[in-house]
Design a binder for this molecule. Structure first.
Ligand SMILES: *Cc1c(COP(=O)(O)O)cnc(C)c1O
Length: 366
């Protein structure tokens, strides 16, 4: 039996009837861009995130990019980003014309280490983007305090964190603004691309709304040089159906994570560390080993799918060779990228399947 790393199709097929009805609803409406479905989804997702405003945009990268643009961050500015993240966090800063300045993670949580942020602040720094990596919230109180002290905007990259809680509060309303992705493999995924900005800042919400739609509030009246980055009407209709399932599916991930932690404690793997204030949604379940590549080969031979998040850190990508980082520049992130492996995790992984994954991990001999 082969166990896939993630069965995205199963989630969508579980909702086949609802998704088909949503498609029909959109088709019959005759209105295919920024219609009622986007408007309804924005209200529902804002409420879900305990935020006042939600603006649907084209994807997660655009969500972060438009937040930076709306705050007037651009050429000559610096944006603090985690060294350990998906490259989109960095690209958002680059798209805006700013320079990403990496800060190393806490070696236990993999999230940006608040203790290391302040030394990276310069007179050019305008914002900090914290990522809720692998579905675990970053330490937002500590990060917000630094932002406040230095008058920096604090932005959440919540692309992996839909529904996670920090000290009881949902991600998406923990800082100045947040960017979400609805890429199909995320905890809340569309059947295509999608993204959203959530915020309690009415002025920012208004600016992002204008920027996503050609800089226009009234058709053919363009106030600023905007973009075409709208959440698709059809994807919004589909996401409304999937949002109803998100808590149930996240609960399922939590049960699987608890079982992994119970069964793998005391084995040779580094396991996820969850601070007492964090309620993660387990976008990924990441184990760590110096023999990571051999482990992946072994799992694969046992029919167990796995993935590496991520094999090359952003500062070592050729896309960022211009920033001049060398091998060894950011050693915490580099070690993580060498040693982590994401094992099967998702709402449609059965406990039977998980037993086989655990057995394969336990019999792996480094
Ligand atoms: C997926 C992801 C993004 C980008 O989302 P897209 O919708 O693919 O543009 C940004 N940041 C993180 C941490 C992500 O995982």
């Amino acid at each position: 039996m082969n166990i896939p790393f993630l069965d995205i199709k199963a989630s969508n097929l579980e909702l086949r009837e609802q998704l088909q009805a949503a498609f029909d609803r959109t088709l019959d409406s005759g209105w295919y861009i920024l219609g009622n479905e986007v408007k309804q989804f924005e209200e529902e997702f804002a409420a879900y995130c305990e935020a006042i405003h939600c603006i649907g945009v084209g994807n997660g990268l655009e969500a972060l990019h438009l937040i930076l643009r709306a705050y007037g961050i651009g050429a000559g500015d610096e944006v603090i980003v985690p060294s350990n993240t998906y490259i989109a966090t960095w690209l958002a800063a680059s798209y805006a014309g700013a320079t990403p300045v990496p800060v190393e993670p806490d070696a236990r949580t993999y999230n940006i280490d608040p203790m290391r942020i302040e030394v990276a602040v310069t007179p050019r720094t305008k914002a900090i983007i914290a990522v809720h990596l692998y579905g675990q919230p970053a330490d937002m109180d500590a990060i917000n305090a630094i932002g406040k002290k230095h008058s920096l905007k604090v932005i959440e990259d919540a692309a992996q964190g839909h529904g996670a809680r920090y000290k009881g509060r949902r991600v998406g309303s923990l800082a100045d603004a947040a960017g979400f992705s609805f890429y199909p493999g995320k905890n809340l995924g569309a059947i295509g691309d999608g993204g959203a900005v959530t915020t309690n800042d009415a002025d920012l919400a208004d600016k992002v709304r204008v920027l996503r739609n050609y800089g226009s509030r009234v058709k053919y009246h363009n106030e600023v040089n905007g973009f075409n980055s709208r959440l698709d009407e059809l994807q919004a209709a589909l996401l409304r159906e999937k949002l109803k399932k998100l808590d149930e599916w996240n609960a399922r991930r939590k049960a699987l994570a608890a079982e992994y932690l119970r069964q793998l404690v005391g084995t040779k793997f580094g396991l996820p560390f969850v601070p007492e204030w964090a309620d993660p949604v387990w976008h990924l379940f990441v184990v760590r080993s110096e023999q990571r590549d051999a482990m992946q080969t072994y799992l694969s031979a046992q029919g167990v799918g796995s993935m590496i998040h991520y094999p090359i850190p952003p500062h070592r990508q050729s896309a960022y060779s211009g920033l001049g980082f060398q091998q060894g520049s950011l050693p915490v992130a580099e070690a993580i990228h060498r040693e982590v492996l994401s094992v099967p995790m998702g709402p449609h992984l059965s406990f039977e399947q998980q037993k086989m994954v655990i057995a394969a991990l336990q019999t792996f001999q480094p």
